[in-house]
Design a protein around this ligand. Structure first.
Ligand SMILES: [Zn+2]
Length: 247
């Protein structure tokens, strides 16, 4: 776990193979995503590094229901009950009624590529593949700021999954993009704003179209689901991601 303070009350944490974000407001926290099953100790450690406890988390926002972003949540909920929220169209996946995740075969069939093989070993150790089950997740409201620390605003951006949601922090000029726009991944050589390779996404055309929603966010800092913090114009980030999607 590596925690980076992006602003006074915004922290990006790099887990085993994905990121989560912590928003602080006084004694209260919002957690955005939570990593793989074996990231649970890392999530607890990141909260404690800020001088907080899991009990301080007022809610967990989910960008999307892929295991590398949500599978530590059930273990966290065993420590302390935590309300969870996700885009309305993501809820069937969190209930286990729909699957939109790259299969083991999608990964194995690409393991002739050294980067994919190395990453596959990392995620196998992280606890993948596993079933996502968060039946109690509630839909995020999309009209205005959510009543959670940091006052995040949900930005629906489907494509990577049907209910994928980014979270904007207007006062901080930050957007937490999940996997709708990333800035690096172990299986790709290039760094900077980009889409994930298409085999990870439910609908790459829709993911491309949803970049418009991110371009409309007034922010100059991107906290992605994979890769480092990125500073710059959102329009430039989206242009770069769009170009990556055409490769
Ligand atoms: Zn994903």
């Amino acid at each position: 776990m590596r925690l980076r303070q992006v602003m006074s009350d915004v922290f990006l944490v790099e887990g085993i193979a994905s990121n989560w974000t912590l928003l602080r407001e006084g004694r209260d926290l919002t957690l955005v995503d939570a990593g793989y099953p074996k990231d649970v100790d890392g999530v607890v450690a990141s909260v404690e590094q800020l001088g907080h406890r899991i009990e301080d988390i007022r809610g967990v926002l989910i960008t999307h229901g892929h295991i590398d972003h949500v599978d530590a949540i059930p273990a966290l909920q065993r420590l302390h009950p935590l309300p969870t929220y996700a885009g309305e169209r993501e809820l069937p996946m969190l209930r286990g009624e729909r699957h939109e995740q790259a299969t083991t075969w999608d990964v194995v069939s690409r393991c002739w590529r050294p980067r994919v093989a190395k990453w596959a070993v990392t995620i196998a150790r992280a606890g993948a593949p596993a079933e996502v089950r968060l039946p109690d997740a509630q839909p995020t409201l999309t009209d205005g700021a959510l009543d959670l620390p940091g006052s995040p605003v949900a930005v629906p951006c489907a494509g990577h999954t049907s209910g994928h949601t980014a979270y904007a922090l207007p006062a901080a000029g930050i957007v937490v993009t999940g996997d709708a726009l990333i800035t690096g991944h172990p299986i790709v050589a290039r760094s900077g704003p980009q889409l994930l390779p298409a085999f990870f996404s439910h609908d790459q055309d829709e993911a491309n179209a949803s970049l418009d929603a991110l371009a409309a966010v007034d922010a100059d800092t991107v906290l992605p689901g994979h890769g480092p913090v990125w500073h710059g114009s959102l329009l430039d980030a989206v242009d770069a991601a769009r170009a990556s999607g055409q490769r």
